[in-house]
Design a protein around this ligand. Structure first.
Ligand code: HEM
Length: 436
């Protein structure tokens, strides 16, 4: 399927049955999280009713917990991504970067959220049931958006079609996530986690520990499961989608690659330049202004969450003057907004990282209601900082150390889904820049 006109219509309202949603895996990853806290407790349309005290405490806790853990990203780049790229480069094979990035972000997010590494990112390219089940669930969730509600509900009742897949995925996810929770409970009771560094404490540990009780939150297993799945869905495919489109855009714009390379060389300590091969640490990554701009530009043109929808729980009026009543569904396209002349100017279709750099050479901040890739307002993405850390760690390591070239003859179009994947992946050849 191609992105169609209805999807890229900037904003419109339609009747919604959203309030009758009763399954914890129903909404796209972008809104899934909100629904999981209970339709009674949380508004889907954050700006209309705001979040409950519990949810805002959750947000604060979540934000504190997932505020960039740069060491984890660097470790996964060094021990997971680089060995695979080395292997692929030596073999002279092409690799699907989209698949590689999905594996990287799946493992990284799982470590961040549960503390366990599912081992997706390995030379054998294993099929990991947890990852496969999330993919199947995502597909079924999207399907629920495009067929009438009574159709998918009938399919669910009959146990056929996409709903059959969803049921199987849900069973797998339940099994794996409850195993993680049980394992963590045992570790906590034995005091194993206490020995770890604060930086390495995962989200699950924090939610199950005293830390959480201190801010007045109580997590039962089902809520823990939903929290884990929310973060997995929210963190995994978004970052890998952004990285895939970023590398594709860079390959189409060699002048941007040259500038990124120059910037990377500038931050390598002078006495280490002779080594050529370099793994950047978090302090170095924080200095990268041009790379930051290039990533923002990729997110603007190819927002990983291409559309969102919100539902007011009380009557409201939009800034445009449109009146809304409960059950109106507001669907807006981030993909369209990132390409509108009225928002980004005449050059809105060009990939221009310098758009994000101020006259003083610093990162130019755009208001979140203009640059919506991470959403805005009370439901802003909690993982924005983590995402930038991961993306910079991956982009810097690959661009500085490898020469990656797109394999000719592929079609690079977005597929229609709740996440803006590249429909057939991104096959690239990888050459080690520094190989003798
Ligand atoms: C480039 C990467 C990412 C993009 C573009 C992105 C985008 C978004 C967007 C658009 C939303 C709002 C969805 C809505 O309200 O409809 C969101 C929410 C969220 N994101 Fe991200 N995200 C990214 C990475 C991550 C990562 C790495 C994590 C965590 C590991 C994460 C965790 C979350 C969570 C927990 C929420 C729900 C926030 C709330 O409702 O309180 N995201 N993200």
């Amino acid at each position: 399927m191609k992105i169609n006109a209805s999807l890229i219509a900037a904003i419109y309202a339609t009747q919604s049955q959203l309030s009758s949603i009763d399954n914890h895996l129903l909404l796209p990853s972008s809104v899934l999280h909100q629904q999981q806290w209970g339709a009674q407790e949380l508004s889907i349309c954050g700006n209309v009713a705001g979040a409950s005290a519990q949810s805002s405490q959750h947000s604060r806790l979540g934000h504190r917990i997932i505020t960039a853990k740069p060491r984890q990203s660097s470790v996964k780049v060094g021990k997971g991504l680089i060995p695979i790229l080395e292997h692929v480069a030596k073999e002279g094979k092409a690799v699907d970067l989209q698949d590689l990035f999905q594996r990287f972000t799946f493992d990284s997010t799982c470590i961040l959220v549960t503390g366990y590494d599912p081992g997706c990112l390995s030379i054998e390219f294993p099929e990991v049931p947890f990852s496969k089940a999330l993919e199947d669930a995502e597909e079924s969730i999207f399907y629920r958006h495009v067929v009438p509600e009574r159709v998918w509900k009938l399919q669910r009742w009959l146990g056929i079609g996409e709903e059959k897949k969803m049921k199987k995925a849900k069973e797998t996810l339940d099994r794996i996530v409850f195993e993680y929770i049980q394992k963590k409970r045992e570790e906590l009771s034995k005091g194993i986690q206490e020995k770890e560094e604060a930086e390495d404490v995962d989200l699950l540990t924090s939610y199950m520990s005293e830390d959480c009780k201190a801010v007045g939150l109580k997590f039962v297993d089902k809520l823990l499961r939903d929290t884990i799945l929310s973060f997995m869905l929210a963190g995994r495919d978004t970052t890998s989608s952004a990285l895939t489109w970023f590398f594709w855009l860079v390959s189409k714009n060699p002048q941007v690659e040259t500038k990124i390379l120059e910037e990377l060389e500038m931050i390598i300590p002078a006495d280490k330049m002779a080594a050529k091969w370099w793994k950047f640490d978090s302090k170095e990554l924080n200095k990268l202004v041009y790379l930051h701009g290039a990533l923002c530009e990729a997110l603007r043109l190819y927002p990983p969450v291409p559309f969102q929808h919100k539902v007011p729980i009380v009557p409201d009026i939009l800034p445009s003057g449109h009146h809304l009543v409960p059950n109106n569904k507001i669907l807006f396209s981030l993909y369209a907004m990132g390409r509108m002349k009225s928002i980004w100017g005449d050059d809105c279709l060009e990939f221009k990282p310098q758009r994000w750099i101020s006259e003083k050479g610093r990162i130019k901040h755009e208001p979140s209601y203009k640059f919506l890739a991470f959403n805005a307002g009370p439901r802003t993405c909690l993982g924005k900082e983590v995402a930038f850390t991961q993306m910079k760690a991956v982009a810097a390591a690959i661009i500085h150390n490898y020469n990656v070239q797109v394999v000719e003859g592929q079609r690079h179009s977005p597929n229609v889904s709740i996440i803006l994947h590249m429909s057939s992946g991104l096959k690239m050849r990888v050459l080690n820049r520094w190989a003798e």
